[in-house]
Design a protein around this ligand. Sequence first.
Ligand code: MG
Length: 400
Amino acid sequence: MSATRVALAGSTGSIGTQALDVLVAEGDRFELTAIGATGRNPESLIEQARSHRPKVVAVADEAAARTVADALPECEVRGGGEALASLATEADVVVNGVVGFAGLSVTLATLEAGRRLALANKESLIAAGPVVQRARRTPGAELVPVDSEHGAIHQCLRATDNKGRVERLLLTASGGPFRGRTAAELAGVTVEQALAHPTWSMGPKITVDSSTLMNKGLEVIEAHELFGEPAGEHGYGLGFDRIDVVVHPQSIVHSMVEFTDASTIAQLSTPDMRLPIGYALAWPDRIGTPFGRIDWTTLGRLDFEPPDLDTFPCLRLAYEAGRTGGTAPAWISGANEVAVDAFLQGRIRWADISRVIAATLDAHDGAPAADAEAVVAADAAARRVATDLLDRFDTPGALS
Ligand code: MG
């Protein structure tokens, strides 16, 4: 069997470095042909290229690309806005671990090149749902989710050959660091507290999203795009009323699928992103390296409870945006990126994140997500509205 060629977009981030772990552990099975990143951290990109020896290195930032090219005369270094998307044709599988909406070009280029997309960048699928669905129909194109919940559902769905027998999807949520607290108790939480995730090791953006439950909200939309509607080659005909969230603080059950006979199939492991990354790389086979193996003698209990939508309104906002459809998911995702950024910079309080998002969605113009340009425009419009709102937050209480 010849090696599966792999390209990593976003190689220096949390998903990228964990994907490298998987590739190293699996030896000759995979061949790393290309890596790429936005260029905020050229030194680690250079270090990765020196240890893993890909042929191609892509850097979105032009100045960082020159630094990388000078350091790596043996590699083909590509710089500029299209550099990351150009990795799509360098491999059989492209891992998209780029953070945020910036990952859209990689998602579309990979599917349009008829390759497998191992998708960790949920924002591109959420913002550009209808556009991604079209690209998914390219012959040879495959989308295998890297998100642990969606990787779990992908596995659980294999329990039936009859799509009509799927009753509902159950996404599990750890509840984040603030589970069980009231809104009043969360008024003064700090960035450090929001970044202290109880079970998962992830980048800062998604960790803050976990603390607000926006991550779960975005994952509901992601599940709807991956497995929901329309019914057909990919979809199971499941609307938002058949995609539920259950809080499960131990993060052992990664998600579940309930079938029409009430059987519920779950996928379990200890929390380790290398498992879903390896699954997306190897599917329909599996990797041989056990990441996240459970020790049943010490596991103890598994708890489940409903989410608290009053304390964590982001989850409700995401359902609303998902049901509205069109460019509403692009708006909520864009507004969230602006709000999370402002929180990380200390400009707004944690509780303001959901308020910025809600106020931004109030201004949504209802435009359809007709093509990639419309989605890019919607993302920009949402960011403009959210950024304008932030100026009002500089006066504490202005939006109360
Ligand atoms: Mg997830």
